[in-house]
Design a binder for this molecule. Structure first.
Ligand code: DOR
Ligand code: ZN
Length: 343
């Protein structure tokens, strides 16, 4: 049987929620990844180091003590984040970044930032104290077409942020366009990007052809084929600016299959399998380890992991749903056949 073995990977962009949902979804990530950058967009956003430490304890308690998994915490940036909190976060061994959500851009982004220029003093503090800024890069103007929101964000905000704060480490999260790839490639080493499995595997036809497919709906939304190809090229290029971040974002099945369905693909149980499939299709399995296991750790100045994982080439069917107690979550690509499986 064909197999590949790589250094244990990290998921540099993950939503695990809290409460019962956390307990249901976290084991799937911990089986695949050694560490994950944990997004702070809970219903009550994680805005302080103190809250991040409480959330971190909840995450650790959601797994059996013998499981080796390290949550890497982030804080939710708001207009009222203080310079002191930025200093505290930079000094904490558990907090690794701030996340900027433009207000209204996505799930639980109501407390996000409405006036990005007004928080430049916060970016200056992050640059000074050396803590990365993670960006959901979409404008929220009602007039802006949803397929253009990432490109317009880059032109309107990101070019200027990178120019004003040349030493600020920035991750443009879940890039979806050729323009984002081109931007990240063209600027300094301090600027990197994460790429999700859904954006490597699917274009926007997967949302709308033959019926509306709520489980393929995420934000930023899937784009045209030319953009998907640009993302595959970036991910498989060996350029360390591009690394793995699943953006696995669980929502209850009933909230996805809904007249106003939530954004987010639950890919955690099959994440490495999906990436292996995308890299194999591009004849680039030899580039998977750098993307999944090295470049993210290097960007965050973390040691690379030591263990390994092995993927086997074998067909298997993704379950219809993952259920526990009253919770049912439909995974990305439910009931489809995958051709890789974690051993
Ligand atoms: O599709 C998404 N879901 N995109 C995001 O930016 C947030 C996420 C979520 O938290 O559900
Ligand atoms: Zn996300």
């Amino acid at each position: 049987m064909k197999t590949i073995t790589i250094t244990r990977p990290d998921d540099m962009h993950l939503h695990v929620r809290n409460g019962a949902l956390l307990k249901t979804v976290l084991p799937y990530t911990a089986k695949q990844f050694a560490r994950a950058i944990i997004m702070p967009n809970l219903k009550q956003p994680v805005v302080s180091v103190e809250q991040a430490l409480v959330y971190r304890e909840e995450i650790i308690a959601a797994l059996p003590a013998s499981w080796a998994f390290t949550p890497l915490m982030t804080l939710y940036l708001t207009a009222s984040t203080s310079i002191d909190e930025i200093k505290n976060a930079a000094e904490s061994e558990y907090v690794h970044a701030f996340k900027l959500y433009p207000a209204g851009a996505t799930t639980h982004s109501d407390s996000g930032v409405a006036d990005i220029k007004a928080i430049y003093p916060l970016f200056a503090a992050m640059e000074k104290y050396g803590i990365p800024l993670l960006i959901h890069g979409e404008v929220t103007d009602a007039e802006c077409d949803i397929f253009d929101r990432e490109r317009v964000f880059i032109d309107t905000y990101l070019i200027d942020i990178v120019k004003e704060f040349p030493n600020l480490r920035v991750v443009l999260e879940h890039v979806t366009t050729a323009e984002a790839v081109q931007f990240v490639e063209s600027v300094d080493v301090n600027v990197a990007a994460t790429i999700t499995p859904q954006h490597l595997l699917y274009n926007r036809n997967a949302l709308l052809v033959g019926g509306i497919r709520p489980h393929n709906y995420c934000l930023p939304v899937l784009k045209r084929e030319q953009h998907r190809q640009a993302l595959v090229k970036a991910a498989t290029s060996g350029n360390p600016k591009f690394f793995l971040g699943t953006d696995s974002a669980p929502h209850l099945t009933e909230l996805k299959e809904n007249a106003c369905g939530c954004a987010g693909c639950f890919s955690a149980p099959i994440a490495m399998e999906l990436y292996a499939q995308a890299f194999e299709s591009a004849n680039a399995l030899d580039k998977l380890e750098g993307f999944a296991s090295f470049f993210g750790a290097d960007f965050y100045s973390l040691p690379r992991n030591t263990g390994t994982i092995t993927l086997e080439k074998i067909d298997w069917e993704i379950p219809a749903n993952y259920q526990e107690n009253a919770i049912s979550i439909t995974p990305f690509k439910a009931l489809e056949v995958l051709n890789w499986k974690i051993a």
